[in-house]
Design a binder for this molecule. Structure first.
Ligand code: NAD
Length: 495
């Protein structure tokens, strides 16, 4: 029983292709080209959107430069905060429409979008609204003596490019925009080609909130064209990217030509470690949510599960019993617990990993094969009999597939830490134990930007998030993100 669509979603989807938002106006792309966006639950087109390329990026850069030298420069910090807060209020008014649109475009259960994606995105803007008025420099006493006044200013970087993936389309747009706008930059944000819709809806709210024209430009298009035009553009001073490690490397190469600043939030293969003294009433649902939330399409998914051998059989039996009963279906059905994967490409990729897992000798305790269409459904899959050299234990699958492995050191934790760290990724990790000393020791030894102890996937606008090793660099959220979007100027005054 699918929910009935919010009339605002129907109104948004009616009419011709969705337009780009450049210089405060909704415009067709310069080429006039469009592409379709697909509902992954049905495989059918939802609507089409304009396809941006280098010409549109140039227009957006011009609009951003104009406001940086004009209207946006005159907006006071407190007014910037008010605009961000106003945007959050508008998002709250439109929360149900945003949640439904996210579900249609991405596939995620609407019940999850309502309690996670949308409220977290709203909170994010409110959190950074507060930072608008709290940027400060310092006065530095230095060896030049009492007649020298030396102080620092934190200034915006200027025109910023932001490129996001499809797994949390609105939330990641918020992660990118909040800190950049609070610090006074002007932005060109490109949504992922698979999920362009909530970013365009957000653009309508940005227009209503009253941001000056050109402060936020939102374009829809593909990576190698619109995305590369952003990273290659000589007057875009910074690019913030969230996506795969593979494309992260391309972004760095493209940005090297003009030395723009780069921050990268990339992939992961996060270890989730269950010790025998864990509270299993928390650890089992935590491990399940850690891998199956958002159909496993989470950069920090706990996709390598290390379970102590004393409790391995019981933990896997409990997880299997739960996972095999999860209700999978269209995300618009309120009883759905797990939806489809985002696209036919992702469906093919994850299906390939399932096959590879079987070929390399792993056993699927539940799931293990993709479902017949329509829609791109892969059931929750738990692989046992996994060894660490197998592809499914090394590569990011980005689907609802966990590789479970036993470990057996009780007093010494060095072995499981070594195994957990044996990856090129370092985004996140989980630890389940009731021994606080062990929890902290393991947390300190893990090579990851986030460690969750007796919880998983906890996120908050105030807490920094980002990767170690090839999971990227730079930290979004909290006060840390302010560094990504400001540059420090030292001023020397000989009195
Ligand atoms: P992707 O790297 O294929 O695409 C991400 C974005 O980059 C899209 O907007 C795409 O159009 C653009 N892009 C592609 N090629 C480009 C190019 N040559 N130049 C400029 N832009 C280009 O990733 P995806 O498949 O959309 O997303 C999944 C990946 O994102 C996973 O690896 C996941 O771990 C990662 N991710 C990381 C985080 C994090 O915070 N670390 C969060 C979510 C997702």
């Amino acid at each position: 029983a699918n929910i009935s669509l919010d009339p605002r979603v129907e109104a948004f989807l009616a009419g011709g292709p969705k337009k780009l938002f450049i210089g405060g106006e909704f415009v067709a792309s310069a080429s006039g080209k469009t592409f379709e966006t697909i509902d992954p639950a049905t495989g059918k087109a939802i609507t089409s959107v304009y396809e941006a390329d280098a010409e549109d990026v140039e227009l957006a850069v011009q609009a951003a430069e104009k406001t940086l030298a004009g209207a946006w420069a005159k907006v006071t910090p407190s007014e910037r905060g008010r605009l961000l807060w106003k945007l959050a209020d508008l998002m709250e008014e439109h929360a149900e429409a945003l949640a439904q649109l996210e579900t249609i475009d991405n596939g995620k259960p609407v019940t999850h979008a309502r309690v996670a994606d949308i409220p977290l995105a709203i909170d994010h803007f409110r959190y950074y609204a507060g930072w608008s008025t709290k940027l400060a420099g310092e006065v530095i006493n230095n060896s030049a003596g009492p007649n020298m006044l030396t102080y620092t200013r934190r200034e915006p970087v200027g025109v910023v490019g932001q490129i996001i993936p499809w797994n949390f389309p609105l939330l990641l747009a918020a992660w990118k925009l909040g800190a950049a706008l609070a610090t006074g930059n002007a932005v060109i944000l490109k949504s992922a080609e698979q999920t362009p819709l909530t970013a365009i809806y957000l653009a309508e709210l940005i227009q209503q909130a009253g941001f000056p024209e050109g402060v936020v430009n939102i374009i829809t298009g593909f990576g190698p064209t619109a995305g590369a035009a952003i990273t290659n553009h000589p007057r875009i001073r910074k690019v913030a990217f969230t996506g795969s490690t593979e494309v992260g490397k391309l972004i760095m190469q493209q940005a090297a030509g003009n030395l723009k600043r780069v921050s990268l939030e990339l992939g992961g293969k996060s270890p989730n470690i269950i010790f025998p003294d864990a509270d299993f009433s928390k650890a089992i649902p935590g491990a399940l949510m850690g891998i199956f939330f958002n159909q496993g399409q989470v950069c920090c998914a706990g996709s390598r599960l290390f379970v102590h051998k004393k409790v391995y059989d019981n933990v896997l039996a409990d997880m299997t019993s739960f996972a095999s009963k999860m209700k999978q279906g269209n995300g618009l059905d309120e009883s759905t617990e797990i939806g489809p994967l985002v696209s036919s490409e992702q469906f093919a990729r994850v299906s390939g990993y399932l096959q590879k897992g079987h070929e390399e000798g792993a056993t699927s305790l539940t799931g293990g094969a993709p479902l017949d269409g329509p829609g791109y459904f892969v059931p929750p899959t738990i692989f046992a009999d996994v060894n660490e050299r197998m592809t499914i234990a090394r590569e990011e699958i980005f689907g609802p597939v966990v590789a479970a492995m036993p470990f057996d050191d009780e007093a010494q934790i060095a072995d499981v830490i070594r195994r957990a760290n044996d990856t090129e990724y370092g985004l996140a990790a989980g630890v389940w134990t009731t021994d606080l000393r062990k929890a902290h020791k393991v947390a300190h030894a893990l090579e990851a930007g986030t460690v969750w102890v007796n919880c998983y996937n906890a996120l908050d606008a105030a807490v920094p998030f980002g990767g170690y090793k090839q999971s990227g660099y730079g930290r979004e959220m909290g006060s840390y993100a302010l560094d990504l979007y400001t540059q420090v100027k030292a001023v020397w005054v000989n009195l």
